[in-house]
Ligand binder design. Structure first.
Ligand code: ADP
Length: 394
């Protein structure tokens, strides 16, 4: 029995989950939020214990040290060296990383070099990896890339119709994201279909605060909605998703609040999507609660649903149909009205939901027996995928 830690470092957060392996049992999990701000919060759930401390955590290095001291303070491990494996979720793997890999100094350098492709994430992830390397030099450290699953996309899907030099000189192309989640739920869906994954066509809709939709053919990603960065594709909680690029210079010229292109991109990442249209919230729950009384919340909901439907249509078209459509992540797993609205009017395409199965907490098949495309709700588990990769590479 060994202990493996799955670590997911965001721009201002650090999520972690401790597993007992090979049982794949979660023994503790935690989240450190507001790194770099005042009153950072570290929460840990360990059996009956729900621990919460508030203190100033200035950077990711400090966050790792808080995590390690929490592990000992709460007796989750007796010695830090009990942890024999660490899996790191990395946002951008570029064209270098097509699968999970052991962390070596060379790999770390490459991850840092890929920072321009995920400026908020890769640098923080590299810091976290280096700290763990120092405190746990003998543990197996594995980097698991959000983009890796999408490395199977054909050029016709990942290239943008721009002059070649932008791809050749600067690797401007679609990379996608949420790859670990799309891989996990598509494999689970193949199990539910009772078919070898090589013989399946599956559309996976990962709809959380961020959202992406992937066409998975024969177990491989053949197209995905997110693009060069996670700003592409569908509308999200605070992201616009795709729009006509001519809008950028047009609004930068006119809005005094936008100094430059970076300001505009920040606005599209952080103030757009559900939040921008509703003016109320980026949280789908708030939108659903207010959409019957607030016209902007209603529009935000309708726009979101519209974009998800369109991607489902696109991916049915490029794969010549699908065996299953999967809903996962915060909204996809939990929101009955969201699923209902997305699925409404897709019966002509062979997608028929069973309303009596589409309830809060539903898991598995929610389609009618005669639905040509099965509709599944599958809770995603990126941490488990990361941990399995650590075991595999040990
Ligand atoms: P992230 O992209 O941050 O990983 P998650 O997959 O955890 O996001 O999803 C978080 C989002 O899920 C929240 O912002 C919220 O909008 C949504 N969500 C969670 N529960 C529900 C629910 N019952 N109904 C609608 N939306 C929900």
């Amino acid at each position: 029995m060994t202990k493996t830690l799955a670590v997911n470092a965001g721009s201002s957060s650090l999520k972690w989950q401790m597993y007992e392996m090979p049982e794949e049992k979660v023994i503790a999990k935690g989240l450190i939020e507001r790194i770099g701000l005042n009153d950072s919060i570290s929460t840990v759930t360990f059996g009956e214990i729900k621990d919460r401390i508030v203190l100033d955590i200035h950077d990711h290095k400090e966050a790792v040290n808080i995590l390690l001291s929490d592990l000992k303070r709460l007796n989750i491990v007796s010695e830090i060296s009990d942890i024999t494996g660490i899996g790191h979720r990395i946002v951008a793997g570029g064209e270098d990383f097509k699968e999970s890999t052991l962390v070596t100094p060379k790999v770390l350098d490459k991850i840092e070099k890929l920072s321009p492709y995920a400026p908020l994430h890769n640098p923080a992830e590299a810091v976290v990896m280096r700290v763990f390397e120092q405190v746990l030099p003998t543990a197996t450290a594995v980097a698991v890339f959000d983009t890796a699953f999408h490395s199977t996309m054909p050029a016709k899907a990942y290239r943008y119709p721009m002059p070649n030099k932008y791809y050749e000189n600067y690797a401007v192309r679609k990379y996608g994201a949420h790859g670990t989640s799309h891989m996990f739920v598509s494999r689970e869906a193949a199990k539910l279909l009772g078919k070898p994954i090589e013989e399946t066509k599956i559309i996976t809709a990962h709809i959380g605060n961020g959202g992406s939709i992937t066409a998975v053919e024969g177990g491989k990603s053949v197209d995905t909605s997110m693009g060069f960065t996670p700003l592409g594709g569908i509308m999200m909680g605070t992201r616009s998703g795709e729009l006509d690029p001519s809008i950028l210079p047009f609004i930068i010229d006119r809005d005094p609040e936008l100094k430059d292109a970076q300001d505009a991109i920040d606005m599209l990442n952080k103030q757009s999507g559900l939040l921008g249209i509703s003016g109320i919230s980026s949280d789908m729950r708030d939108i659903i609660d207010t959409k019957d009384t607030d016209i902007n919340a209603k529009l935000a909901f309708d726009m979101y649903v519209d974009r998800v439907k369109k991607y489902i249509g696109q991916y049915l078209a490029i794969m010549n149909g699908a065996d299953a459509l999967v809903f996962t992540a915060g909204v996809g797993e939990n929101s009955v009205p969201f699923r209902e609205s997305v699925l409404d009017g897709l019966d002509w395409l062979g997608i028929k939901v069973d309303p009596s199965k589409n309830f809060f907490g539903a898991e598995g098949d929610i389609s009618l027996p005669d639905s040509r495309v099965k509709i599944f709700v599958i809770p995603t588990d990126e941490e488990l995928m990361i941990t399995r990769d650590v075991e595999r590479l040990k």
